[in-house]
Design a protein around this ligand. Structure first.
Ligand SMILES: Cc1cc2nc3c(=O)[nH]c(=O)nc-3n(C[C@H](O)[C@H](O)[C@H](O)COP(=O)(O)OP(=O)(O)OC[C@H]3O[C@@H](n4cnc5c(N)ncnc54)[C@H](O)[C@@H]3O)c2cc1C
Ligand SMILES: *[C@@H]1O[C@H](CO)[C@@H](O)[C@H](O)[C@H]1NC(C)=O
Ligand SMILES: *[C@@H]1O[C@H](CO)[C@@H](O)[C@H](O)[C@H]1NC(C)=O
Ligand SMILES: *[C@@H]1O[C@H](CO)[C@@H](O)[C@H](O)[C@H]1NC(C)=O
Length: 628
């Protein structure tokens, strides 16, 4: 028996003991979380049993910075060849049981697994957030954001990728990227066994969430009654409604780390993983403009690693541009202003798209016991999930997300098969965790919680929320550095809703959700709009168009799909940073491989695409170095 297995067994026994203590004390909700964190001892034990103390000036063929979805897939694929040495450098530590348990996803934003970024105060959005600052979480852990996200698996529209290719990126059309989505996927989706759009032998598990409320059944039925087809949004046509597909394996989170790294890390001596190691600079030879290594901090000490072949930046959509700029690659005025010598002028961080949503409408129902209140998790469920591995308890609910509906609005001039709105059906709200998770994670003001949601929590009133998301916003934000401190934060200004029409799309989405509520399946469960006026919107008649516009600018809730900060495109396009091979323009031996390269806001959440990008990059790199 391996020592890690023994530890796991020990932890399981420990957990069992703790759960029984919790049960006897009654306050399951709070204690459950404490228990989960205790089991985070995993991290300490990992560190003690697998110390990977870096050796200064070590040489590797490839250095991958950041172990998010893209970086993990890339490092795992490159290290399949035992001749190649790969260093994977990650600022965070190792995931523990709290990451693995889908229902507590919302809490992870308050832990050290989140970088904890906030936007600069927004004028036109996030009025419901303290100081008008929208929270912009990012994962800081092996697995990156895939270890703290909501696990929704959604690839995008054929036309998204065809547009990437048309913008001067050969190799990125839908037909060319689909094989890489498939290569990463291990789908266990009932009813889609024969679908050519799904693979069953890749590393990343995709399942339907096994726990389903009566509310989601009513929502799917009502959507169909309203005229939407049932669909597999990762299949032939995106338009329609579907139970959510999730990156879970037997009801537990399947992060990039669990899928790609954990299964191989003890088997491959050529894959070296360094946790709690924060890269501060990429080393670039000024004369030849070639990247040759990285500098990083581990336990307050500086180290240098050298790359024989390439340095690959997979630090995510905020940190990859930050590291490029710290290393002298970025907008000339910004770098000059903070005293960083310029190596290559490129529009790093000049563009940032995101998917801003409206957190609502919320609807109450006449059902009982259906909403995902974390306090509704019963001791029996906890035991059945943790000890018997039951994948169908409430603990496997991905933070309450149960279905997605992808729609067209009248407003859109895009083709019919290119949706512009998504409704995300969540069997809960800020009330689900009694204000202890979601509210804090998103930086919502207390007033919002107190006036709109507190009573729902107190009465345990069944309800659900339809988050409305716009796929193709016109508003463009940006990020920049305010100083040269490598341990500082980039400044993030998403500029949500500077384009007024983005608000109108969300308004159309809200109206679409209200139409679904009129359908017989919804009426049968007594679904009706929660009548609580959004604080700050009292001046408008409740549920009028202007009321909703105010609500949109107040309950502004991003789903964290920031892209394009290191935009991909031909060198002739002055908005781009990397070419179609993901090589930084004008710099040798340096690529960016993560969601920052995505050129346009996609018709999807961004995690699946990050895996695809990692898989495709691995292929391109192997081909370049003739390694296959
Ligand atoms: C709260 C939340 C919920 C989300 N929910 C969903 C969802 O349900 N479905 C979906 O498809 N998408 C979702 N997303 C978005 C999606 O998860 C991300 O877009 C995707 O995972 C990003 O992958 P990546 O590889 O680009 O980068 P990341 O996963 O962000 O990885 C970057 C990695 O680099 C590391 N790093 C950064 N800087 C340094 C440094 N200087 N030195 C060393 N390491 C460094 C980071 O710690 C991190 O591990 C969500 C995002 C958030 C924040
Ligand atoms: C387990 O992980 C969570 C999230 O990072 C963290 O808050 C908790 O402290 C961890 N537990 C330990 C002891 O590492
Ligand atoms: C499924 O995934 C495996 C492993 O990544 C890969 O070898 C295979 O080609 C994939 N199958 C399809 C149909 O893409
Ligand atoms: C739901 O409950 C409300 C309030 O008690 C009631 O007015 C309504 O008739 C009920 N609807 C259904 C369909 O049971």
């Amino acid at each position: 028996m391996q020592s890690t297995q023994m530890l796991q067994l020990f932890l399981l026994l420990l957990l069992q003991l703790l759960i029984f203590t919790a049960v006897s004390h009654g306050d399951i909700n709070r204690l459950l979380l404490d228990q989960l964190n205790q089991v985070g001892l995993v991290n300490l034990i990992e560190q003690a049993t697998r110390p990977n103390v870096p050796r200064d000036l070590s040489n590797y063929d490839f250095i991958v910075i950041g172990s998010g979805a893209a970086g993990s897939a890339l490092a795992a694929r490159l290290s399949e060849n035992p001749q190649l040495s790969v260093a994977l450098i990650e600022a965070g530590g190792v995931e523990n049981l709290s990451h693995l348990t889908p229902v507590v996803a919302g809490y992870l934003q308050q832990t050290s697994s989140n970088w904890g970024y906030k936007s600069v105060p927004q004028k036109l959005s996030c009025h419901g957030m303290n100081n008008n600052e929208c929270a912009l979480p990012r994962g800081k852990i092996l697995g990156g954001t895939s270890s703290i996200n909501y696990m929704i698996y959604n690839r995008g529209n054929r036309r998204d990728f065809d547009a990437w290719a048309a913008a001067g990126n050969p190799g990125w059309s839908y037909d060319e990227v689909l094989p890489y989505f498939l290569r990463s996927e291990n789908a266990q989706l009932q009813g889609l066994e024969q679908s050519p759009y799904h693979n069953h032998s890749g590393p990343l598990s995709v399942e339907y969430v096994r726990f389903r409320s009566q509310l989601v059944d009513a929502f799917v039925e009502a959507s169909v009654e309203s005229g939407l087809p049932r669909t597999d949004y990762n299949g032939e046509s995106q338009l329609g409604v579907s139970y959510v597909q999730a990156n879970t394996l037997n009801g537990r989170r399947h992060s990039a780390y669990s899928a790609y790294i954990k299964p191989v890390r003890d088997l491959r001596s050529n894959l070296q993983i360094f946790t709690f190691s924060r890269v501060t600079r990429i080393l670039i030879d000024e004369a030849t403009k070639s990247a040759y290594g990285v500098e990083f901090h581990y336990k307050n000490k500086a180290y240098t690693f050298k790359a024989r072949k390439e340095v690959i930046l997979s630090a995510g959509t905020f940190n990859s541009p930050q590291l490029l700029m710290l290393s002298g690659i970025g907008p000339e005025d910004n770098l000059r202003g903070i005293g960083i010598p310029l190596i290559k002028a490129l529009p790093v961080g000049k563009r940032m798209f995101d998917h801003m949503c409206h957190f609502g409408p919320t609807f109450v129902t006449n059902t009982t016991g259906q909403t995902t209140f974390s306090s509704r998790v019963t001791p029996t469920e906890v035991i059945s999930y943790l000890l018997a591995g039951n994948p169908a308890t409430r603990l496997s609910s991905i933070g309450g997300v149960e279905a997605l509906a992808l729609l067209k609005t009248q407003r859109s001039d895009l083709p019919m098969d290119w949706p512009d709105i998504e409704l995300i059906m969540v069997t809960g709200s800020l009330a689900s965790d009694e204000g202890s998770g979601l509210k804090l994670g998103a930086n919502f003001k207390d007033e919002i919680y107190d006036k709109m949601y507190r009573e729902l929590a107190q009465t345990q009133q069944d309800h659900f929320t339809l988050l409305v998301m716009q796929f193709h916003p016109k508003s463009v934000g940006r990020l920049w550095l305010k100083d040269r401190n490598p341990l500082g934060w980039p400044k993030l200004d998403p500029k949500y809703f500077v384009a007024e029409e983005d608000v109108e799309y969300l308004l159309d989405g809200i109206k679409a959700s209200l139409r679904i509520i009129e359908m017989p399946a919804m009426q049968r469960i007594g679904a009706r709009l929660l009548k609580r006026t959004v604080p700050g919107c009292e001046g408008h008649q409740f549920a009028s168009d202007d009321y909703w516009r105010c609500s949109i600018r107040t309950l502004s809730y991003t789903l964290h799909h920031q892209v394009a900060t290191c935009r991909m495109g031909p060198e002739s396009d002055p908005t781009t940073v990397v070419n179609h091979q993901l090589k930084v323009h004008g710099v040798r031996k340096l690529r960016v491989v993560d969601t920052s390269i995505i050129p346009f806001p996609p018709t999807a959440h961004t995690n699946a695409a990050a895996f695809m990008i990692g898989e495709k990059a691995a292929d391109m790199i192997r081909t370049d170095w003739e390694l296959i």
